[in-house]
Design a protein around this ligand. Sequence first.
Ligand SMILES: [Zn+2]
Length: 277
Amino acid sequence: MAKQKTLKNSVFLSGIALHTGARAKLNLSPAPENTGIVFKRIDLPGSPEVKASAANVVDVRRGTTIASGNARVYTVEHVLASLHAAEVDNAIVEMDGLEPPIADGSAEPYTQMIIDAGTVEQSADAKYWTASSPIIVEEGDTKMVLLPYDKFKITCIVSYGASPLDTQYFSGEITTESFAAELAPSRTFCLYKELEQLLALGLVKGGSLDSAAVIHNGAIICKEGLRYQNELARHKTLDIVGDMYLVGRRVKAHIIAVKPGHPINIRLANEMLKQSL
Ligand SMILES: [Zn+2]
């Protein structure tokens, strides 16, 4: 039986927050058994906490936002993906603002933090979410099918229409090693027309080609070229690894995702929570 894990040491990352453009610092620290993943807003009076749970999701429009009381935390999915893949069950994620540093738009900096911190086994048994029956959620042309499976596997198909690399596909078992090598480095993408809307709303002030790749008129604009031929499908898979950790335990299932996004990911996570009751 696998044991719960936490971090061996505290580590931090600082950088620019995507939407506010402010400097942001994120600190990962060890936590006792059965704590789960808890975000802490250390810039607010009393340092309020928000547990990483689908029940605390309040917004899914530009990433996954969780909140509890007056404490709100944006864009939790990339740090959660790294913690899920590394099988870190218990950790405190301290933040000094609304958003974590976006870094290069991938999960690689968070995965590197966990490697730098090291992990340590605790005495309690690890908890897994397993499926008792298939789950299907659909919305428009997006669809998620979850099947019982004794490991964690994701099959993902994306299509942006505007991309020359349509249609993209990724399928694989998610392990600590496969995530670090095949998924963590894949970056956030956005459509140019979405970017125009976000800028008009005063958002993405900290965004640049350092932190995302942009799809415009059938071309992909990014700084260093694509990291993988199917980088979009890999990033969407990464987001699923993160959003599914909002069930509060390591996931064992095969998830087949067609054109996924945060809204449908969170609907699936909520259905998973209902099944585990
Ligand atoms: Zn993402």
